[in-house]
Design a protein around this ligand. Structure first.
Ligand code: G4P
Length: 529
């Protein structure tokens, strides 16, 4: 007997959910694909013309800019689509590599990822980094091979590259038919047919599709169809065919060819998200125990956004629902402090339009407004207490000492730094030598510091002076090693708010030498917690 009454409705609702994120290197087509998924899910009637976005600074959210550009109302953090009886939650990930850490946290809230590759470029640096996070979490990945409408590399080469560079077995589901520059349609290996697409201007509306049998396709497309059939035979021969078990384990990846711009393959991808992507499963707590889906509400904060809109100066915590039925107005407990937390103001949509959310189920994201005192990584629950494990963090690579230009603004400076740290904008490191007046800030990308400076000025009225510190590498360490390192030159051990100790080195050379001379020191790479 479970310790709480079975809640069939919760498990059934969880089974309908698909919560996923799109990962890609900038320019591979994430924004375009997002927009086309909206179009095919019926969330927008027409996809607007994509305007040149050169020089656009993706500081906050790609979707916010998308909203402004297209005048459509979508969420800047999570987009909920209702397709074929399923509820799809699409989570936004920042496009710029400087915000990789935000992306890491978002991936912690996703149950699957879509990896978008540009067929002309294959695997790019940011794709690889994000893929590694997915792999560490055994996240199932669907691959979308984009821009097949224009000359690129042979898709077979990309399949090899996935295997060679990422040890990911691609299992093609759709394959391009046509010359580069003259894409005619896609071979659908699952349904054994050819799908020919009608033209739409930049894919503003759903493209007409004509489904042809292999015999018809051979008669009409000749050599181009034969090439796709050869590829299919090859995949069958090497066993590169759709395999649910290895896909769910994150070892193989169903591959969809297409062109988001002209809508080729978008429907297939959307169907695959519905059919293949996994529904939420019970989350494990910090002790490795599963919290059943039907247990009372629990969730964790994967993102905090404050002052998103100057007319709503507030702070929203985004909570991934892990178990139970969320009902607006319920009182939750913040696991870290044991304090109650009211959910009177829960929202689902952000950006230009906010909507109150009344209920949510496992997989759904709830935005809690007025989330003062809440930090990224916090657990919230009702009923039996639970604490989910800390979120993934990346080793910082940039360090800078911060101080308020005007000492009379010190109080605002301290509050601003602390609140921005809670949001995860930067990491603050401390040791005995550093006081609150001149904290050491650490980041993965330079733009994190720029965001901090900008927001301290705009939101807290503080002009900040940043003095870069000479460290370039950080390693996680322990107390014993920290004591031994105290006498060393070119290394400084500092503590993160959660108690994690980081040894900062001026050069990888010092680190290598120390590791060689003292193999007993604990100096671990901090890629994913
Ligand atoms: P991102 O979010 O991953 O950074 O990529 P985004 O969708 O902004 O797309 C980057 C560029 O690639 C855009 O061109 C977009 O139109 C183009 N693109 C996306 N998908 C396809 C596709 O399937 N085929 C082709 N040929 N192009 C595609 P841009 O020049 O930056 O903007 P614009 O001039 O098209 O507005």
């Amino acid at each position: 007997m479970p310790p709480w009454p079975p809640a069939d409705g919760v498990v059934a609702a969880a089974r309908q959910r698909r919560t996923f994120a799109i990962i890609s290197h900038p320019d591979a087509g994430k924004t375009t694909l997002t927009e086309k998924l909206l179009l095919y899910a019926g969330a927008v009637a027409e996809a607007g013309a994509v305007r040149a976005r050169e020089g656009r600074r993706r500081v906050r959210s790609d979707w916010m800019a998308l909203e402004q550009e297209r005048g459509i109302s979508i969420s800047s953090t999570v987009l909920q689509l209702h397709v074929g009886g399923r509820v799809l939650n699409l989570l936004d990930t920042p496009g710029h590599r400087d915000f990789s850490e935000d992306t890491y946290r978002v991936l912690a809230a996703a149950d699957a990822a879509i990896m978008v590759l540009d067929v002309a470029k294959g695997i790019e640096p940011q794709t690889r980094k994000l893929f590694e996070v997915c792999r560490a979490r055994h996240l199932p990945i669907l691959t979308f091979l984009n821009k097949c409408d224009r000359p690129g590399r042979d898709p077979l080469e990309i399949v090899d590259e996935l295997e060679d560079q990422l040890a990911l077995r691609a299992t093609p589901v759709t394959w391009p038919v046509g010359e580069p520059g003259d894409l005619r349609g896609l071979a659908d290996f699952r349904r054994d047919c050819f799908v020919r697409y009608g033209r739409t201007t930049r894919g503003a509306t759903v493209a007409e599709e004509e489904v042809l049998s292999p015999t018809h396709a051979a008669a009409e497309e000749g050599a181009e169809w034969a090439r796709a059939e050869e590829a299919a035979a090859l995949f069958r021969e090497v066993g590169a065919t759709l395999d649910e078990k290895s896909f769910l384990a994150g070892e193989s990846s169903p591959l969809f060819a297409g062109a988001a711009l002209t809508n080729f393959g978008v429907r297939h991808l959307l169907e695959a998200i519905e059919e293949l992507a996994p529904a939420p499963v019970p989350a494990r707590d910090a002790d490795g125990l599963e919290r059943p889906l039907e247990a009372p509400f629990s969730g964790f904060v994967f993102k905090i956004q404050a002052n998103m809109d100057p007319s709503h100066r507030d702070r929203v915590a985004f909570v991934r629902t892990c178990s139970g039925h969320f009902e607006r107005g319920m009182t939750l407990t913040l696991a870290r402090t044991g304090r109650p937390f009211s959910t009177k103001y829960a929202t689902s949509l952000f950006g230009s339009a906010r909507q109150t959310i009344d209920e949510a189920y496992p997989g759904d994201i709830v935005g809690l407004v007025n989330a003062t005192g809440v930090r990224v990584g916090d657990t919230l629950f009702t009923g039996p207490p639970v604490q989910f494990p800390p979120l993934a963090t990346l080793a910082p690579e940039l360090f800078t000492v911060a101080r308020a230009a005007d000492v009379s603004r010190f109080k605002q400076f301290r509050r601003g730094v602390s609140e921005l740290e809670e949001e995860g904008v930067v990491t603050v490191l401390r040791d005995e030598a550093s006081g609150d007046a001149e904290p050491m800030l650490a980041a993965v990308g330079q733009m994190q510091f720029e965001v901090l400076s900008y927001r301290l000025r705009e939101e807290y009225g503080v002009e900040v002076v940043l003095s870069p510190a000479p460290y370039t590498v950080a390693r996680r360490t322990d107390r014993a090693t920290a004591e031994a390192l105290a006498a060393q030159r070119s290394v400084r051990v500092m503590e993160r708010r959660d108690g994690l100790l980081l040894a900062l080195f001026e050069s990888p050379y010092w680190l290598d030498r120390l590791q060689r001379d003292h193999p007993e020191y604990r100096l671990e790479e901090l890629v994913v917690d």
